[in-house]
Design a protein around this ligand. Structure first.
Ligand SMILES: [Zn+2]
Length: 110
């Protein structure tokens, strides 16, 4: 079961969708174009489900939203560009995850 499946994650680099992928010990998402055609078609960028879940639940907690059911239900769309992504929530707010201004690791903005 992928909380952010069903086309919720869009790839802005190729226009495709990110699909769930079971890695050794965690669930993750990668671009379906990359999964089908490899690195020449799109980039091999992986987002762990755990990471999105952490950001979404922290964001909702800060906004005082009580979470019932799947975290994905609060998300409108997640747009991925290069090695960063932005989560758009159904209430119109968003979280930026690594806006590519820092070459070191991931930057969170709630
Ligand atoms: Zn892509």
């Amino acid at each position: 079961m992928y909380q952010f499946g069903n086309g919720l994650i869009k790839c802005l680099n190729c226009g495709g969708k990110y699909r769930g992928k079971q890695l050794r010990n965690h669930k993750a998402y990668t671009c379906s174009t990359y999964q089908k055609k490899g690195t020449l078609a799109c980039s091999n960028f992986t987002i762990k489900e755990e990471e999105i879940a952490h950001i979404v639940s922290t964001h909702l907690k800060l906004k005082g939203v009580r979470v019932e059911g799947s975290l994905g239900e609060h998300v409108q769309v997640i747009e991925v560009r290069d090695r960063g992504y932005r989560i758009y929530y159904k209430d119109g707010t968003n979280s930026v995850v690594n806006d590519n201004s820092s070459p070191y690791g991931t930057k969170f903005k709630y």
